[in-house]
Design a protein around this ligand. Sequence first.
Ligand code: PSU
Ligand code: MN
Length: 315
Amino acid sequence: MKARLRMLPEVREALAAGEPVVALESTIITHGMPAPRNLETARAVEAAVRDGGAAPATIAILDGRISVGLDAEDLERLAAEQDVAKVSRADLPAVLAGGGAGSTTVAATMICADLAGIRVFATGGIGGVHRGADQSFDVSADLQELGRTPVAVVCAGAKAILDLPKTLEVLETLGVPVIGYGTDDLPAFYSRSCGLKAPLRRDTAAAIAAVMAAKWELGLGGGLVIANPVPEGHDIPAAAIATHIDAALAEAAAQGIQGKAVTPFLLARLEQLTGGASLEANIALVLNNARLAAEIAVAYAGVERLAVPASHPRG
Ligand code: PSU
Ligand code: MN
């Protein structure tokens, strides 16, 4: 396994010393945002994690190995890459065996973070149950991963392009705690609420770290969703973006967009339809999540020193 994993020295040293580390995904860089904002944001997110007292570990597949932590050059290379593969759980083995490159989704980033021993991960929004899933069966692999892999995922909720009530139901079925940070409402990516309640609410990073510790000390395994609302002033109210989401979904259907292409298509189309506002919201929420993830990683590093090791049952 070790031969498949390449760790940046900063990350390896922090983990060995029990210091806080925050994993970051790379699909958001290659498929979630246009250049040059993708690279700018990736750098700013790493800086936000460092400012919060944790080591950032952006995760991607490079030269057939899992890279945990990217240096400046790797990050630049990945952001400039045109046809890099979007790698989720199903894609990981073939990309590694083929010696290729890929950007990791929430699901694949969780797998790699777990292999490296990183328990906190920041992203924009998790994948979930797509609208029309009763016909398409399109349910993001992110949900199953949250059910099985012990990593806390700090996000702004599930993406608003999804069927949010069904996404919450599946998370509940899979035993995934969904915690609203400082809110009773379920954040919905571009919006601070969507009319649904968050199943749980916690107001401090320490209280979130305590839930993580309790879950893993019990041997329950699996992940947690920490849903952190997009900062006020950067949000787009759910009602204001709803018609654009409907339009983007209709276009995706008309063009026969399927599978892993769906989410990148919708995000790019929404950026056009909102005149760039959705991209600004996306950048603001990712930075906000990176800050909270660093706080949680710092708090969890404190409790982890006292706790029994996390058990990692795999289904
Ligand atoms: N968050 C963002 N932008 C993104 C993503 C998350 O702000 O592009 C990516 C994540 O990598 C997530 C993926 O895992 O979208 C979901 O893709 P799918 O619906 O195909 O599972
Ligand atoms: Mn899908």
